[in-house]
Design a protein around this ligand. Structure first.
Ligand code: CTP
Ligand code: MG
Length: 180
């Protein structure tokens, strides 16, 4: 039981590294051009000013670079991990290109939901703020990565806490406007 949890946790971390990178980097771009071009539906912004072209491109490029690094390191890590019975989800170029995009799209869907719920940009939406991007990743890579229920559960729990911690730090060092 404990071994299954440990092995699944390692796999979850492997997926979270490029996904989280794509989610952490956008605020650093200090983007000014909203993806939704300021467009409204029913008098309410589609995405809001918190989703910009600069942030999205920066996050995507950062996520792909880190993903490529993992792809490059994987054969070497496999030679160390496999004899221990640890098998990382096998990345491919396609997976590396999809994960950051899926995360950014998931995050945007989160914003669409927040706007429809009449929440201002940056308003706190517990769980949604932390988990929207990882649900995007799981959805888009569901047929490409061999997920187990344990892996998904751990990925979600891990993402929640890593996102909380990363956002708090980003807030403290004035990269993010809100601590969530
Ligand atoms: N950001 C960006 N482009 C993205 C995602 C994020 O430019 N695709 C930047 C924005 O400056 C945003 C900050 O990162 O304000 C923090 O991202 P997030 O917390 O996801 O957005 P919020 O500002 O909280 O907006 P929302 O209420 O829509 O979630
Ligand atoms: Mg936010």
């Amino acid at each position: 039981m404990l071994e299954v949890i440990f092995l699944s946790l390692i796999k979850a971390i492997w997926i979270l590294i490029p996904a989280g990178t794509a989610n952490i980097f956008p605020p650093l771009a200090k983007g000014k051009r909203p993806i939704d071009f300021g467009l409204k539906i029913g008098g309410i912004r589609i995405l809001g000013d918190g989703k910009t072209w600069e942030g999205t491109i920066f996050g995507y490029v950062a996520g792909v670079i880190i993903g490529l690094l993992l792809l490059y390191l994987q054969p070497f890590l496999n030679t160390i991990f496999n004899p221990q019975g640890i098998f990382l989800p096998q990345f491919t170029l396609l997976i590396v290109l999809i994960i950051p995009l899926a995360g950014l799209l998931g995050d945007m869907l989160g914003s669409v939901i927040k706007r429809r719920m009449k929440m201002e940009r940056g308003a706190e939406a517990p769980m949604l703020d932390q988990l929207d991007f990882i649900f995007g990743v799981i959805l888009f890579t569901y047929t490409l990565i061999e997920y187990t229920m344990t892996m998904i559960l751990l990925l979600v729990i891990l993402t929640y806490f890593v996102h909380r911690l990363a956002s708090f730090i980003a807030f403290k060092i004035k990269i993010k406007k809100e601590p969530w």
